[in-house]
Unconditional design. Structure first.
Length: 94
């Protein structure tokens, strides 16, 4: 598994529920939270104003929630969806 730099996190997204019938909403317009599992993360970052090192608050294996379509999709394993996001895009750790 690759290791992201700074405060970036790689998340394996949960499978999305398929809706039967109804109105189709493009992925870009959905604002429902997405959940997944942290698979890799960087070492943190420096605060731009003070220079103090900010440690990561997540750990590998944490279950997390992201709002909407945040994150950059990356392909690591066939048939699985991964995204890379900065730590501050994670809204909840379960």
């Amino acid at each position: 598994m690759p290791t992201p730099i700074f405060d970036n996190v790689i998340i394996l997204l949960d499978e999305e529920e398929k809706q039967t019938g109804g109105v189709l909403i493009p992925d870009e317009l959905r604002q429902t939270p997405r959940t997944g599992t942290v698979v890799s993360f960087g070492k943190g970052k420096q605060a731009p104003d003070t220079g103090v090192w900010i440690e990561m608050q997540i750990k590998e294996g944490n279950r997390v929630s992201l709002l909407g379509r945040t994150g950059i999709p990356i392909k690591l394993e066939a048939g699985k969806k991964h995204v890379i996001v900065p730590q501050d895009e994670i809204k909840v750790i379960f």
